[in-house]
Design a protein around this ligand. Structure first.
Ligand SMILES: Cc1ncc(COP(=O)(O)O)c(C=O)c1O
Length: 389
């Protein structure tokens, strides 16, 4: 059997990792500023994380959600306290798409309505409602076409108000910071407008913090920079530092009842021990403040690099938009300097999504490499302009 060929692959095979470093099968070392797609929050193979999962596996790795699992209670407690959502309830599942699927389902159950608003260039996952709320026709199969999804213009308050006037809305779903779109931070007035319209029309505000949450933005959740309080929040990626675990944070007014939501694997002993270890490390190592500081430093430094159209983001979720495709720069970073960075659906944008404990030395190593590449690039553009003139 061969693998179903859906992923374009980089020519690297990491076999070992520690902190922000990776080593390939030939022993070459790499700096990881991509975090396996924003997943590595506390650094690869963090000792506390490895110890916690190993110890848990020695006891019990899994039992179904038909029994008491104390690790789930610990997780809901820690997550509540650290995120500032102590009064919310937590539903545990396995992936970002599954979290969003359940969030939208819950909003529909709670309001008795069908219509969901999402935004241009949004990415919410690849399952049924999640992919329908995603603004990318190329990943929607005919079965995913869904007349209940209304995709609105980004940052256009008038359009949003009109849609609310025309339809009974169950929920608005928005990323804390758009990731796949190339790191686009929603403005505070836009988020406040969504919150206000949802409240007024008794619709649910869902914030997808799957990529932007868990401290990446320099606050626990990116939407907290705008001082809004969504009814439902979804989390995944950084939550398990690579262990598949996801969650839905649910406003206390939304009533649970047996069988309303469910999943076989969600919230296993092992998944919760990974998620608890992540929160403990974030707390003990003060990683949210660290992400804010290193992120601000990188953001400022990047602004003086030549050839950049725009630097966007908050904390350690940074988008660097060039004037042309960023593919060549990404490959040079990887092949010449052994640095992993991410791309985006906007082909000109590089995404920087490192572990939250990225050191200043590692940030500088990247900045120097990136500056060199961009200086070379601007020099060669100038030379070719001279030749042409
Ligand atoms: C904002 C956002 N939502 C949802 C998802 C889907 O998560 P998963 O791939 O775990 O299903 C992603 C994944 O990239 C994401 O970035």
């Amino acid at each position: 059997m061969k693998l179903f060929d859906v992923y374009p692959l980089l020519l690297v095979s990491p076999v070992k990792a520690l902190g922000s470093r990776l080593w390939d099968d030939a022993g070459n070392e790499y700096l990881d500023l991509y975090g396996g797609h924003a997943v590595i929050s506390i650094g690869h193979s963090h000792p506390h994380y490895v110890r916690s999962i190993t110890a848990q596996l020695d006891q019990i790795g899994f039992y179904s959600n038909s029994v008491h699992i104390p690790q789930q209670k610990k997780l809901s407690y820690l997550l509540g306290v650290m995120s500032g959502y102590e009064d919310y309830n937590l539903f545990l599942c396995n992936s970002g798409a599954e979290a969003n699927e359940n969030a939208m389902k819950l909003a529909s159950f709670h309001t008795g309505r069908k219509k969901i608003i999402s935004f241009a260039k949004a990415f919410h996952g690849r399952t049924s409602a999640a992919v329908a709320a995603t603004d990318d026709k190329s990943i929607q199969a005919p079965i995913n076409e869904n007349e209940n999804m209304i995709i609105c213009e980004w940052e256009n308050q008038t359009v949003l108000e009109n849609v609310f006037l025309q339809h009974e809305i169950a929920a608005v779903i928005i990323e804390g910071i758009q990731g796949v779109a190339g790191v686009r931070v929603p403005s505070s007035p836009f988020l406040k407008k969504i919150e206000q319209l949802c409240k007024k029309n008794r619709a649910m505000m869902i914030c997808d913090e799957i990529q932007s949450g868990y401290g990446r933005s320099g606050k626990f959740f990116a939407h907290q920079h705008a001082n809004v309080k969504p009814d439902i929040i979804t989390v995944a990626k950084g939550m398990g530092n690579g262990f598949p675990v996801a969650g839905v944070l649910i406003h206390p007014e939304i009533q649970a009842k047996y069988g309303l939501l469910g999943t076989t694997f969600g919230g296993s002993h092992l998944a919760c021990s990974a998620a608890n270890a992540v929160l403990e490390v974030i707390e003990q190592e003060n990683l949210i403040n660290h992400a804010a500081q290193i992120g601000e430093y990188m953001n400022n430094e990047l602004k003086s690099v030549p050839g950049i159209k725009e630097v966007r983001g908050l904390g350690l979720m940074i988008g660097i938009e060039l004037y042309e495709s960023s593919a060549e720069v990404r490959m040079q970073l990887l092949n010449k300097y052994h640095i992993f960075v991410g791309s985006a659906s906007n082909k000109n944008t590089l995404r920087i999504l490192p572990a939250l404990n990225l050191s200043k030395e590692d940030a500088n190593f990247f900045l120097d490499a990136f500056r060199n590449i961009m200086n070379e690039k601007t020099k060669s553009i100038k030379n070719s302009e001279l030749v042409l003139s």
